[in-house]
Design a protein around this ligand. Structure first.
Ligand code: ADP
Ligand code: AIR
Ligand code: ASP
Length: 280
């Protein structure tokens, strides 16, 4: 069966940017980009580096799913469509150079900064901003810095804050439904120029790379903290998130996520796996 499968050769495309976890290529139409998810993992601003096998495939699917659900909730996003296992077509935006961090529970750098135990619920969700700059180590900033440096306008920040809290409400509920606590996450927004109008839209990705996700029963970490803290079973944690969201195409088949470069458009189309599941 496999021997008959045609090898699909990607036409050369213009690389635009190579980041730590993703690559951007020129898209097929003006105003579009191809976002390619890599298996590369970094932490602590590139100090720690590694590979998480199959991560790119899983993050592509997880981010696609979450962006589509957010779109249904009238949150504008950059996602257009999935192209293949590791790539999606997105709208090209001018990224607002900020990491928007929303926290529901103390963890990570927040727990350290304020000397509180990881896991302490916060009185209400809170938002923090970091200036996106690897050389400076993404320093925390306030709106005062943002306006003084002109990284975003007060109107844009109002919109970003409103979207970030709405995203938090929606995703917290969505993850709760699959037994996962949304502890915190990082978002990026961009400016989209369309019909002589500028709009703020959600960009980048939402995945276990930039969310803290804890199993509600056991407290098990199902995100990049397993890599940051050398907890092991990293791939398994990412797969678990995908499985619970219902976006693992072939349940239990780990080769699916590892054999990523063998993907073809045909392979994407044939998947009776989802149908089988429904029958039960
Ligand atoms: P980093 O740049 O921090 O290493 P990644 O490896 O995730 O991060 O690279 C993806 C890059 O693409 C990020 O810099 C992100 O800001 C940028 N980006 C994400 N979505 C868009 C978009 N729709 N248009 C333009 N740039 C984007
Ligand atoms: N994050 C921040 N910079 C990069 C990423 N991925 C995410 C983390 C975590 C949240 O932002 O994955 O979900 C807060 O991170 P920290 O380290 O500030 O506690
Ligand atoms: N994303 C940042 C890095 O790649 C920070 C982190 O995730 O810990 O280093």
């Amino acid at each position: 069966m496999h021997s008959k499968r045609k090898i699909f050769k990607m036409p050369p495309r213009k690389p635009i940017y190579e980041g730590k976890a993703k690559q951007l290529f020129e898209g097929p139409e003006p105003g579009t980009l191809i976002q390619h998810f890599k298996d590369d993992a970094t932490a602590f601003n590139n100090v720690k580096k590694g590979i998480i096998n199959g991560k790119g495939v899983l993050n592509n699917r997880i981010s696609e799913y979450l962006m589509l659900r957010l779109h249904e909730m009238s949150i504008p996003t950059h996602f257009i469509r999935t192209l293949n296992m590791r790539e999606q077509l997105i709208k090209s935006v001018q990224i607002v150079p900020l990491e928007i961090i929303v926290r529901n529970v103390a963890a990570g750098s927040f727990a350290k900064r304020f000397g509180v135990a990881e896991g302490k619920p916060l009185g209400h969700p809170l938002i923090e901003y970091c200036y996106k700059n690897d050389v400076l180590g993404d320093p925390f900033v306030t709106e005062e810095h943002i306006f003084a440096f002109g990284w975003a306008t007060p109107q844009e920040m109002d919109e970003i804050r409103m979207y970030a809290f709405r995203i938090n409400d929606f995703l917290s509920g969505l993850f709760m439904g699959i037994g996962i606590r949304l502890v915190d996450f990082k978002l990026e927004f961009g400016r989209l120029q369309e019909n002589e109008r500028e709009q703020i839209i959600l960009a980048d990705e939402i995945s276990p790379d930039n969310c803290r996700l804890w199993d509600m029963k056991t407290g098990r970490k199902l995100d990049k903290d397993r890599f940051r803290q050398d907890l092991g079973q990293i791939e398994d944690a990412y797969r678990e998130v995908a499985r619970r969201l219902g976006v693992m195409p072939q349940d239990g088949d780990s080769s699916y996520v590892i054999e990523v470069n063998a993907k073809t458009p045909k392979a994407q189309k044939k998947k009776p796996a989802a149908k089988k599941k429904k029958k039960k």
